[in-house]
Design a protein around this ligand. Sequence first.
Ligand code: SAM
Ligand code: SF4
Length: 448
Amino acid sequence: MKNKCLYIQTFGCQMNVHDSEQISALLSGIGYQQTDNIKLSDLIILNTCSIREKATHKVYSQLGRIGKLKEQNPELIIGVVGCLAQHLGTKFHRKEDCLDFVSGTQNIHLLPEIINTLIKDRKKITEIDFHNSLSAMNIFATPGKDRISAFVTIMQGCNNFCSYCVVPYLRGREISRTSKDIIEEIIKLVDLGIKEVTLLGQNVNSYGKNLNDGSNFTSLIKKIGEIFGIKRIRFTTSHPRDLSLELMNCFAEEEKLCSHIHLPVQSGSNRVLELMNRGYKIEEYTKKIDYLRKISPQISITSDIIVGFPGETVKDYQETIDMMEKIRFDSTFSFKYSEREGTAAQKLEGKIPEDEKLIRLEKLQMMQNKHTLEKNIELERSLQELLVEGESKNSKSDLMGRTSSNKIVNFRGEPDLIGKFVEVEISKAYLHSLKGKIKKSKEACIVY
Ligand code: SAM
Ligand code: SF4
């Protein structure tokens, strides 16, 4: 069978990145090999995001460009998957004539069948039913050559219905994979050289709720910790309301759990948090951060923040700024509120003008940059253990590794250190990375 070329472009979050890895693995089974060269492709898939309006615009402009490739090559198959595909369904075909298929968030496992059907008969296909099955999550994505770290989906969907968010509508209700399936996947990954796993779910704290077998997220972490060969465990994302004492204690007790938590706060104003249907008060959030820092002083804490939520007053916004000054996150992803169709927040009054949202966002980001740099400077002259992931993006003679706290460190080193744990001294802090230096001989810096 002659290999055909697949070009896949991913928009959005880590879940989408991992979905794309699974799609690539599945389609290799029917003879498609992934390419970076869009012009060589026989099949183009855009894995879309619709969390904010900006993400959807990016997809439309890319489809405009891709449509032109089809004029030159009528055999080319073009499809969209992911959240925007789920949202628009057949409407996507009406909007974008170049599309051959639209496949939703719970239909990845159907892609080989969709493509084979299209090869035989070019009629437009739409598959957006929710199957509520584990088929898609159980697809094994062989990690690329030289990969050290891999994503593992532990659950899909979300039951939280934060008032601004489309995820529960587009990814469906929460369903967890069995711990047996997850453990088997991780053991396979270890056999392929993986040392670090990031457990993925929209709200990992809810893991196990539908399984009725007594398992929960903490017990899952403990089981994964027992797997020989796994050296580091990360997870994302955790909802502040559901972050249990048991899970927080894992940061002190479970040696393999990395010292980093992404805990989206969204706002510092209790009034706005209530309108967002987040289910916690800022005092409860802050108390959890204090506890995490007490039991795990090295922990880095990152967050998501939305500015310009409907009805956010200058006072509410100031409360977010004050909260950030108090907590001093290691870094944050911050966004202008983006109205999404069908969400509860769409019906709220007091919409904030775009230019005002931008002013609020820029001020907040400037402050965060200051905190991030200060936090990084605190690490200067400290010794840090890194898992070396590969060549540095900055220079071919440098390597890049990550601290347990998820900070990127570039340092001079030889390629045979890739995949090893090494100890370096942090010599210089920047906003987005650190510079490190091997202090001992190459052999002596290897921790294991
Ligand atoms: N499940 C995760 C959680 O609860 O934090 C992440 C969900 S979402 C993919 C990532 C972030 O996008 C959210 O934490 C939120 O800050 C942001 N977001 C979601 N909907 C948004 C909207 N309508 N406008 C602006 N930002 C939004
Ligand atoms: Fe969206 Fe809230 Fe669910 Fe996160 S927890 S995916 S923000 S509804």
